[in-house]
Design a protein around this ligand. Sequence first.
Ligand code: HEC
Length: 280
Amino acid sequence: MVRLGAFGVGLLFVVTLLWAAVQPRDPVQPDPVEKYHLAPVAIDWSWRGPGNAGIFGTFDRAQLQRGFAVYKGICSACHAIHRVAFRDLADIGFTAPQIKALAKEYDIPSIDDKTGEPSTRKGLPSDKFPLIYPNEIAARAAQNGALPPDLSLITKAREGGANYVHSLITGYRDAPKDWQVPDGLYYNPYFRSLNVAMPPPLSGDGQIEYADGTKATKDQMARDVATFLTWTAEPKLEARRSTGVAAVLFLAALSVLAYLSYVRVWADIKHPKAGAVPAE
Ligand code: HEC
């Protein structure tokens, strides 16, 4: 009897499984974000070298300096580059007195050496660019709940790198009719959720006055700042590439030498000279 009961339960189980297996599936709802999301526009960056291959190519110092001007003039209102020290800017062509003067413009958190109370002091070339907000809570409180990320490594942290930064800051537009943009957010098809909390940072031509006289169009500013942020994320990019090229040349020369020695070492065995005693 018990056995029959167990068989009945088992049968019910199997029948339920079979029944479930042949039920039609719910149609998969298309992700509405997928419909409008755009991949970053690919740009021929000078620092990616011929063919945009990323093997050769060096940074244009003038462009890096323009990019820093855009960062300082616009982005630094909300974003820090806390992994970069003032003296690192020597790499992009700033002179020692320029760096000293620049560092002095910034207040660095410190303590008062008489009272021990928190205070600030003038920046030194060895200081890092200071944080904009002391902590995440303060940042979110000031930015309507959103957190402007540190930009030092952003081109490594986002898929698409410099292309993404360029597309994001130039890609604002009106939302499609069937897309809701909550208050305080902005429509941007390059941002992962399409609604970004960052107000369009580049308003138009002439927002920055470039020291080298380049015309500061929206596209130009975006290219320059994306290039600058590529450098902050990988300041040793040029050294890495030239070491790589030198290593490949060295290995190629070594291969030729290895081949020549091989030919020489085996010469007697492969083509014995007349009269030579073959090796046992
Ligand atoms: C008024 C403040 C403000 C300014 C100025 C500003 N940003 Fe932002 N930015 C934000 C906020 C807030 C976020 C976070 C957005 C979010 O998570 O929705 C953000 C996010 C970003 C992100 C990350 C997006 C992601 O994928 O998470 C990048 C890159 C960025 N900003 C670049 C820049 C650049 C480059 C500039 C200067 C040209 C700039 N921002 C100027 C406020 C600002």
